[in-house]
Design a protein around this ligand. Sequence first.
Ligand code: 3NM
Ligand code: MG
Length: 494
Amino acid sequence: MPKPSVNYGVYLVTDSTPAILGSRDLCAVVEASLRGGVTVLQYRDKLSSRDEAVATARKLHAIARRFDVPLLINDRVDVAVEVGCEGVHIGQDDMAYTEARTLLGPDKIIGVTASSTQEALRACEAGADYLGLGTVLATSTKKDTKSIIGPAGVRAILADLAAAGHGAVPTVCIGGVGTSNAGPVVAACRAPAKALDGVAVVSAIVAAPDPAAAARDLLAQVTVAMIPQVVRAVAETTPLTHNMTNLVVQNFAANVALCVGASPIMANYAEEAADLAKLGGALVVNMGTVTPDGLKNYVQALKAYNGAGRPVVFDPVGAGATSVRRNAVKTLLDAGHFTVIKGNEGEIQTVAGASILQRGVDSTSSLSLAAKARLVASLARRLGSVILLTGATDLLSDGRRTLRVDNGHPLLAAVTGTGCTLGTTVSAMVAAHAADPLLAAVAGTVVFGLAAEMAAARSEVRGPGTFVPAFLDELYALRKATGDGDFRWLTLAK
Ligand code: 3NM
Ligand code: MG
């Protein structure tokens, strides 16, 4: 089995002591936190006997697997070996990395705690899969922490790692991080050449009255704090966004792509797709003006991008409107895999229907926010895609993590093609940050909505006509933004 790819965004480290866990059941707390969006789990238990630890680890492993989340064991490598979970986390005073690697084999994850550049570099050179950096802020959870290094200390280690060629090793910070500070801590730890991949927390979740809500809150904060990285990645890499799109939005979508820093090509002839897919970009399939010939081209291009392992964004425009479009959705879902599927409520409901069986759906029904959240999460799980359901509140899910975005402005709905250009924006972000399509889709959605809010607030904007150029200007300005303060209008909600 290859090493699982791990999302370190919200990393829960458990604690079974009465001071933190209280009288609650550890498994119930962990399960709730996984529902809330915890992305990686560490079982940390300094007190239980070996047999007890193995039994608890087995239970946690069964729960974590249901959520497709890896389980790592703190320190007790023998427990990890016996349970067969995904790996371990070792501190500087625990078993040496090389010994742990020998016991676990090449396919398990080994994370190492580091509180200095020297420790971090040594761990990376040994081959650590990720680093836990800290103690970042004072905490009463761990009594024997050696040094509080602060966000500045984390930032310095990240800069040194990047300079030493270890920029690709994932990192989290640990110690004193919670719902009151996770976003600002991630932002404050960011060095120009390397950012954190997430936060590790104990008490923020284990001692929380509502562990699921705490996990959701942390997930939203960490996601928001990472948006500038995605935006900058687009600006720095100028990814290709290959649009197979409708007649109405060709020019607008190309301009939006340029404003966010991508390189657009509007190419509907699929014979070109095999060459274009090799250029490291992403494809947008927008069936706004679908034709029989167009559909064949979409299928061929989808297969080319799937074959090249490059992302594809599907915009099933008007999916429920005609039987031709419903059939086109079915044909496309059968033909390949979409990284992101973006649509309004009726379109996403049609995709959901087509992905089970062909049946009529009422595209005018209006779902509650909770029902929309369930729809996007279940469809995301079924298709293995990120689902982006647009509306006054946008909902996004990769099946495990579900987030809402409340940015945007009513003037977006007064101009044709804005929904389509959101698909193009998301494609640019996914091309530049393919490792986490949900984060990329959130980044695209937030930046798009934010630019609309800022444009609408301009004194010269009096309606749809003056809105469009102002919107392009604001998208362009956001891409040039360098400070985290430039993203202070974010309203990504829990
Ligand atoms: N390791 P909380 S600090 C388990 O610095 C652990 O290596 C640390 O707990 C380190 O999130 C810590 O409740 C405890 O502050 C973190
Ligand atoms: Mg330890």
